[in-house]
Design a protein around this ligand. Structure first.
Ligand SMILES: [Zn+2]
Length: 77
């Protein structure tokens, strides 16, 4: 018969469950990043000249409007 101390008897399942929770948390975090829509990483701009709303993937303070060519500041990241 295998002898197990009382602390091992209680700590081993606890450590196993904590490791399982940690693995599930890491897996969920990675899958959330993978499922994030591509447009969530871009900035949103509204043109002050023609009111055209557009997104820019680059992290720049000013982006050129695709319709009229004027530079605009981001209204939302
Ligand atoms: Zn414009």
């Amino acid at each position: 018969m295998i002898e197990v101390s009382i602390s091992t008897y209680f700590l081993a399942p606890l450590m196993l469950h904590l490791a399982l929770v940690g693995l599930l948390y890491a897996w969920e975090t990675v899958s959330l990043v993978a499922r994030r829509p591509h447009h969530a990483l871009s900035r949103l701009y509204r043109c002050s000249v023609c009111d055209h709303v557009y997104a820019e993937e680059r992290d720049v303070p000013l982006a050129r409007c695709g319709r009229c060519g004027s530079l605009n500041e981001a209204i939302r990241r």
